[in-house]
Design a protein around this ligand. Structure first.
Ligand code: 0A1
Ligand code: ZN
Length: 882
């Protein structure tokens, strides 16, 4: 484990390596306890570098067996070695030379899941960001691109199958009981994209013919017996490959594309060249075990990793500060893919929800950082919602600003100009500045300034002059390390809705009125106004349509105006935004009253809007389901902002839900029975119907104050989506009843052999609101299904509890914080990345009321005081407390 050295890495310190690598040939002799790694690196001194400059390779917990120069052992006086570095002096001034590094590693002892490790009986690697240095000493940085040849040797009974990046060269018997396989990847790549997988796995196979008529073999490897559950992933892969050709003109570039599903993985998946490795949660699906959300996630993540082949692999990052160059852009691409495959507005609504739930709090708390950070202590801690999701929003704004055509031209230019290179955000933006002839300097602040901008909007209608004026003002609060902020370029899509629901046609005059795409106001000054002429009646302003900019909007808008947008806006996302804003406002008011022990307001207006949407058959069922899903307790807390008391928020929200349930009781009971009949299909239309039936089931059950309906749905369910919905209604709204207890027991018994399904059982129980859940979580931690070494189990139980149960986790006695602190400290010793990620659940501790705040602080201080923290956890805990 890397422990904190206090070292901070800065973007401004970037310098290229002193030596240039051309090729690397790796040989692995696999063994769980003693794997021999031989690395032969062909390289030379970079032109202009002093002949006295030594070669310094990176390592992490490595032991060196030997090192050679052009096949001869290097004189011990000419090199130094530590677990972290191999330094070699007196290397040739000009000639190309070969360095051979021999190391021995122990995959079975590697619990961090970085480098070469074991998952079940499989050998597997994870090298992003800095895992390759746990395999051999090398330049483990993204700007060193080399052509890799990999030879894997193993006992036949240990690893029947041996895979690496690129195309298969050949293989056969090696010596007594052993065999070998060799792979060659012609595309120069950084070490973080290296992968090796070996073991005994089942496979499903298919082929894809590229737009230039090359046939590509497609293989998805899974544990034996699970092959059928990979069919949907294969289908999603082929659709992704076609989409990238049709939408971005990007074809696949090797003879084979492989995906391997493993059960121990720190993240969702990894885009290793030609050999993607996936958390099996994002590959395996069948109707009995996977929900609609699982299918949608599989589709999105398969696409994401595949799209990285061009945005990430063919063009990679110069350094890890540029992580958003590949991640933000690739998320943008996978969002566009899902929007095309499914309902675009419903997809966008889900994205906005996610952004507000995860990225906004990050940007508002102690862990806030720019989309492109300028310094880090541990890069693993920067795989964040800001880099990924806000990074994608920034690309979306770029498209809004330059327009769809120039955006596509900019992308083409980027692919053409930078193929095979490791580049920066500046390189990326230059392509769009050139394609659109625009200056993107001010826009680029989105990459360097952290925090969510606020935009206040005021309007005035002048009846006599028939003019309508919109005044916009922006502000951005300080964030860690950034006390002062500059004025940003904020593109705000808008429309003016007239009384009859139609839209005002004219363009405005004033600063920021002109735009590449019509219907966008460009806020580029601190404050500016635009005026519309010929506005004969008072219009309703619909602004930040589609969430065109990730900002907090402050606008005095009456409930009637919001209802008008909710009914008439041509943009579905804007209709949902209006409904959600209305609901949020009502819930915040109710929570404040509940906190003061005062009676709650009537919810009549909200009930009228929600029941109208629920019963409107002209709207997509998935949209209706989204509209009926009220802002979560955490959304309400975020709006309130400070001095949060979670119990009153929950009480207020429950009361409002009960009002809605009563108001629409009959409608909900009808809708609850309208899940699609016939065999299960994961398509978006059917999923939408199930989503609507699911939320209706929850309201209907609440109105009836009885678990009977949900128990019946649970018993009759023939797919996991419906079953999990019913189980959640029982466990969250009727805890402790016989119906809930029986359903939980039946679920556990039925899926005891399927850990991914048991994860749902863990998560549903961990998120059951209220103080009592903590004891249940402790109990579940001792269950035979729990495994502290497996990231999926830990996230399902402890992650769901700490990040998804505001009342349970933030118990006033601090027991929730202590539980997390104990787990983080224990897990840190084996898997620092997992521990650090869990700990981010405490990032908003300062917005709690004083008693809880103090308990949270004490728990954080306890972590800080633990012996031997990893760099990962020590970085998070220190920034959280700062
Ligand atoms: N590049 C991957 C994310 C990823 C990052 C680090 C990892 O190490 C454990 C694994 C995966 C992606 O964006 O999908
Ligand atoms: Zn990615």
């Amino acid at each position: 484990m890397r422990t904190d050295t206090g070292q901070v890495f800065h973007l401004k310190d970037y310098a290229p390596t002193d030596f240039v690598v051309d090729r690397i040939d790796l040989t692995f002799e696999l063994d769980p306890a003693e794997t021999k790694v031989i690395s032969r690196v062909l390289m030379k001194r970079r032109a202009g570098v002093s002949r006295s400059a030594p070669l310094v390779f990176d390592g992490d917990e490595l032991t060196l067996d030997s090192v050679q120069l052009d096949g001869n052992d290097i004189d011990p006086a000419d090199f130094d070695v530590t677990p972290e570095n191999l330094t070699i002096r007196n290397l040739p001034a000009e000639a190309t030379f070969e360095i051979t590094v021999n190391t021995t590693i122990a995959p079975e002892a590697n619990t961090s899941l970085m480098g070469l490790y074991r998952t079940g009986n499989i050998y597997c690697t994870q090298c992003e960001a800095e895992g390759f240095r746990r395999i051999t000493y090398f330049y483990d940085r993204p700007d060193v691109l080399a052509v890799y040849t990999v030879t894997i040797i193993s006992r036949k009974d240990d690893a029947r199958l041996m895979l690496s990046n690129g195309n298969y060269l050949g293989g056969g018997n090696y010596d007594e009981g052993r065999h070998f396989a060799a792979w060659f990847d012609p595309h120069p790549k950084p070490s973080y994209l290296f992968a090796l997988v070996a073991g005994d796995l089942g496979v499903i196979e298919d082929t894809f013919t590229t737009m230039d008529e090359r046939e590509v073999a497609l293989r998805i490897y899974v544990e034996h017996g699970k092959e059928k559950r990979a069919a949907y992933a294969m289908d999603a892969l082929k659709r992704s490959m076609r989409w990238d050709e049709e939408t971005f003109g990007r074809a696949y570039d090797l003879d084979i594309f492989m995906i391997v599903a493993v059960s121990d993985f720190n993240m969702g998946a990894m885009e290793n060249k030609g050999l993607n490795v996936f958390n099996d949660k994002y590959v395996l699906a069948d109707p009995e075990t996977a929900t609609d959300a699982d299918y949608a996630n599989i589709e999105a993540i398969i696409a994401h990793e595949y799209f990285h082949n061009w945005t990430g692999n063919r063009i990679t990052c110069r350094d890890w500060f540029q992580l958003c160059l590949k991640e933000g852009l690739t998320v943008f691409r996978d969002h566009a893919f899902s929007a095309d495959q499914r309902s675009a507005p419903v997809k966008r609504i889900a994205e906005i929800r996610l952004l507000k739930a995860h990225q906004f709090p990050e940007d508002a708390g102690p862990l806030a950082h720019p989309v492109r950070p300028e310094s880090y202590r541990e890069i693993n801690n920067f795989y964040t919602a800001t880099v990924y999701e806000k990074g994608s929003e920034v690309v979306g704004m770029l498209r809004t600003i330059v327009g769809a055509d120039a955006f596509r031209q900019g992308m083409d230019l980027y692919f053409e100009r930078h193929d095979g290179q490791a580049v920066t955000i500046e390189d990326f933006l230059a392509c769009f500045a050139e394609a659109s002839s625009r200056d993107l300097m001010q826009f680029s602040l989105w990459y360097s300034q952290a925090g969510t901008p606020s935009v206040s909007v005021s309007t005035s209608w002048d009846e006599a002059k028939s003019t309508f004026t919109v005044t916009l003002e922006q502000s951005l609060q300080p964030t860690p390390g950034q006390p002062r902020k500059e004025v940003m370029h904020i593109p705000l899509a808008y429309g003016l809705l007239l009384e009859d629901g139609s839209e005002h046609k004219g363009s405005p005059s004033g600063a920021g009125a002109s735009s590449a795409a019509a219907g966008v106001l460009h806020l580029t000054r601190r404050k500016q106004s635009v005026t519309f002429a010929d506005v004969a009646s008072r219009p309703v302003l619909s602004i930040n349509r589609g969430f065109s900019a990730p900002v907090n909007l402050a606008m005095e808008q009456s409930s009637a105006d919001l209802a008008h947008i909710a009914r008439h806006d041509a943009d579905g996302v804007a209709r949902w935004q209006a409904i959600n804003d209305h609901a949020t406002r009502h819930l915040v008011a109710a929570a404040r009253l509940a906190r003061d022990g005062r009676p709650l307001p009537a919810s009549d207006e909200l009930c009228a809007i929600l029941t109208a949407v629920a019963g409107d058959e002209s709207l997509e069922p998935a949209f209706r389901a989204q509209a009926l899903t009220l802002p979560a307790e955490s959304d309400i807390a975020r709006e309130i902002g400070s001095n949060i008391e979670p119990d009153s928020i929950r009480a207020a929200r429950e009361a409002v839900i009960a009002d809605v349930a009563r108001a629409g009781r009959e409608l909900f009971s009808t809708l609850a029975n309208q899940a699609p009949g016939g065999p299960y299909s994961p398509d978006a239309g059917s999923a939408g119907l199930r989503a609507l039936a699911g939320i209706a089931l929850s309201y209907a059950s609440i109105a009836e104050a009885s678990p009977a309906r949900a128990a019946a749905v649970f018993a009759a369910a023939d797919n996991m989506t419906v079953m999990a919905q019913a189980l959640q209604v029982l466990a969250h709204h009727f805890p402790g009843t016989g119906a809930a207890t029986d359903a939980l027991a039946a679920f556990e018994a039925r899926f005891a052999d399927n850990p991914l399904v048991i994860d749902k059982w863990f998560a549903i129980q961990a998120m059951a609101p209220g103080a009592a859940t903590l004891d249940r979580v402790r109990e579940l931690m001792t269950s035979r299904h729990f495994d502290r070494m497996n990231p999926n189990r830990v996230r399902a139980l402890i992650g769901s509890f700490s990040a998804g149960n505001p009342t349970g986790f933030n118990r006033a006695d601090g027991a929730g914080f202590r539980l997390l602190a104990d787990e983080v400290t224990a897990i840190d010793k084996r898997n620092p990345q997992l521990a650090a990620r869990l700990l981010t659940a405490m990032r908003s501790w300062r917005s709690l009321e004083p008693v809880r705040q103090e308990e949270a602080r004490l728990a954080l201080v306890a972590i800080l005081g633990a012996a031997q923290l990893s760099t990962d956890v020590s970085d998070i805990v220190q920034r959280t407390l700062a």
